[in-house]
Design a protein around this ligand. Sequence first.
Ligand SMILES: [Zn+2]
Length: 474
Amino acid sequence: MRRDMKQKRLFLFLISLVCFCSVGVGKAPKYVFYFIGDGMGLNQVVATQYYLRSCQGELGITPLRFAQFPYTGLATSYSGSSDVTDSAAGGTALATGHKTYNGAIGVDGDGSPVTSIAEWAHDCGVKVGVATSVTVNHATPASFYANQKSRNDYYEIGAQLAASGFEFFAGGDFAEPSNPDDPSAPHLYDLAREAGYAIVRGYEEYEALDDSEDKVLLIQKTDAVENTLPYALDAREGDLTLTQVTAAAIDHLYDKRHKKGFFLMVEGGKIDYACHANDAAAALQETVDFDKAIRVAYEFYKQHPKETLIVVTADHETGGFTLGNGSYALNFGVLQSQKVSHVGFSRLVNRMRHETKDNVTWEQMQEALRANFGFWDTISLSERDVKALHSEFERSFQGDRNVKMAESLYYRDEPISALAVRILNRIAMVSWPVGSHTAAYVPVFAIGNGAERFCGQMDNTDIPKRIAEVAEWK
Ligand SMILES: [Zn+2]
């Protein structure tokens, strides 16, 4: 009798070992997150960490969640046509594993279509989500579902979004929802609806959505001031955020009865916009915001640690962001005095012009600069800076009416806004040698099942291939 009990226990023990092996180590991840910080080079990451610590008046760094992931690597980002990539070739490399020429979406150097990791996953029965803080047919998200020789063919790219069959899309809105070459062609919203997408505007509408919808396109409300999500620095109550987009994506894609799991790409697209405009405060807040979205995935990972892989990287660095200006010090804490982005302040200045019928006074401008940059308040200005601001004010508000706007890739700013940002950046001891992309290394961070594959030096084209290998999608 006792012997029988012992044998039974041994049998149960062996059975439990077999069960452990079949659900544990060695099994492919079922849930894969791919986060791409557009323009987020190594310095954008470490600067954000210095900034967070500096806001507490201390030296050193306060780590971002994703920067603490256990596996880290470095990736090269050169494209098929240049050592300095654009977002289209960078996105194509990260999505398809192919180098291509700058400007190309999902095609190789000869212009032939190539497939993306999102399609490989989808072909294996995995649910797919593609989300961004910029337009849903912008270069990075487009690289996951479209094949176009030019990134500027927004209408054609948007039509491919509708035809992709992916289960979830989210972002600011479509760029060019109607066909500029053919006004009679259907709008992209209609194409998406015809393809079975429920279009919801804002997070509340998403939450009210019927669970039975199998394909969702989540964009922001119609009263948004631009077709991207606002900068985190400018966001108002009720605006759609990247964190909400990530939460909605998981909510929609996760189904524990679905054996194949999901693949979700989330782009922090406006880090790049802020770096093109050389606005450090906006860029750092965008990186904090990107980290918040990643934390949503990290919470999911904690619930499903053996079944989840999270990879975080960037398509390229933007701005040549430099931490220091020659004086062996940083003063990043002053950036918290900036309450709006370069474009947020431009809009405010524009409103002032409108409200005063173009008779803004220097006192009114000083008040606006005090409230939004801390000038003459928490930030003391040199005589030279005050003179520069005053001269710009005279030029822009009292000189001829043809104000020469400050242009960066995505925005045209009031020159006084660009100048105020430049002055605060200099006081913070940040330098920006360029307003364009650079060929600097981009970081790779990973956690979860298969994360050890993302260590050391790699090329951007290796990343989707390694994810697909780990997930057994190709
Ligand atoms: Zn980019």
